[in-house]
Design a binder for this molecule. Structure first.
Ligand code: ZN
Length: 349
């Protein structure tokens, strides 16, 4: 198709065929992530996504082509990897709300990986000389299954045992890996206890698997969403499993909060942590507005500086994985990618 003839930004300049996610400390090796999956998906589906008990995961079952198209948009926009549509995926939740058996629910999570791989294949057919993008299995927090807003605060950490969280996380991780995900995104994690549990689980049960760990943070630009010092939590988690963690960082927070969270995190560290940042657009989600499914609950977009304005600064601070989360579209990924390429040009030595 004609409109796809132009290579995504950055593709033409790459001489390596494989993405090296393990050696990002070389400042020229910056990995660009995708954007908000549910946000891009909203371009393809009429049904409301925000407010749905299964969020975008419902469409694995009801509209797989829209899932593939959304992934493909991010790849054409310049993403080096795509994250599966499984943030809110959960076997029990699927059984309850999609009227499927446990086995079918498990297979639906595997199917999420399959759909992402189909997008990669279609992309490689369009751009045979491109580096093959990776498929990253999304592992959202336990709180996302509770539907009480606690995924944003981590308040469930106070009354949920680590065993319960571990048991809840395990089937999805198994399905993602069985489906063939290249690595895992342990993402939007609001509290240190869950993060440490996940990283320990990775080390003990999945020693061959790589992952990144990404926290959500509080409004003070210093703490996790649950209120623990972010840098301390990040360092502790990295030290549990440095060989398997490709990066640690933050996602789904306002871009303006990022700098103070990550500045100085690697000072005096012999073993520096590779950093990952993929914020939301900075808009606020106002639960007071409209009904459960109203997209106009996202407000103040005009008051936010776009994510790409921050990219050079983050790269200066040592970030090597950068992308977008909620309310960022494929077009935002293109803008982020352009900033990354510009920064690399400026820092060629
Ligand atoms: Zn998000």
């Amino acid at each position: 198709m004609e409109r796809h003839n132009m290579a995504p930004p950055g593709i033409g300049s790459s001489t390596e065929r494989h993405l090296d996610i393990h050696n990002t400390r070389n400042s020229q090796n910056i990995i660009v992530l995708d954007g908000g999956f549910a946000t891009q998906l909203s371009c393809y589906v009429d049904e409301p996504i925000d407010g749905d008990v299964l969020w975008s995961a419902r469409f694995l079952s009801t509209n797989p082509e829209a899932v593939i198209d959304s992934h493909l948009d991010f790849l054409r926009a310049g993403a080096d990897l795509i994250i599966t549509n499984t943030y809110q995926a959960d076997v029990d939740l699927f059984v309850k709300h999609l009227n499927v058996t446990k086995e079918e629910a498990y297979n639906l999570i595997k199917k999420a990986v399959e759909l992402a791989k189909i997008a990669v294949e279609r992309y490689m057919q369009e751009f045979p000389n491109a580096r093959r993008p990776l498929v990253v299995g999304s592992v959202g927090p336990y709180g996302a299954s509770l539907h009480d807003g606690s995924e944003y605060t981590g308040s469930y950490a106070a009354n949920t045992s680590l065993d319960v969280m571990r048991e809840w996380h395990t089937p999805r991780i198994n399905a993602l890996l069985e489906g063939g995900a290249d690595l895992l995104a342990l993402e939007t994690i609001p509290c240190r206890a869950e993060a440490e549990m996940l990283v320990t689980l990775l080390k003990e049960k999945y020693p061959e698997t790589k992952a990144w760990l990404s926290f959500t943070a509080g409004q003070d630009g210093k703490t996790t969403a649950y209120g623990e010092p972010f840098q301390e939590a990040a360092r502790a988690c990295y030290d549990i499993c440095p060989d398997q963690l490709v990066a640690i960082g933050v996602n789904c927070i306002a871009p303006r909060l990022v700098e103070s969270l990550i500045s100085g995190i690697n000072d005096k560290r012999a073993n520096p942590i590779p950093l990952i940042v993929y914020p939301n657009s900075g808009e606020s989600y106002n639960v007071e507005l409209g009904d459960d499914t109203a997209s106009y609950r996202w407000i103040n977009r005009d008051k936010c500086e776009p994510v790409e304005c921050y990219v050079a600064k983050w790269l200066d601070l040592g970030v090597t994985f950068v992308g977008g989360c909620c309310r960022t579209y494929a077009i935002d990924v293109t803008r982020i990618k352009r900033e990354v390429e510009k920064w690399k040009q400026d820092h060629r030595f």
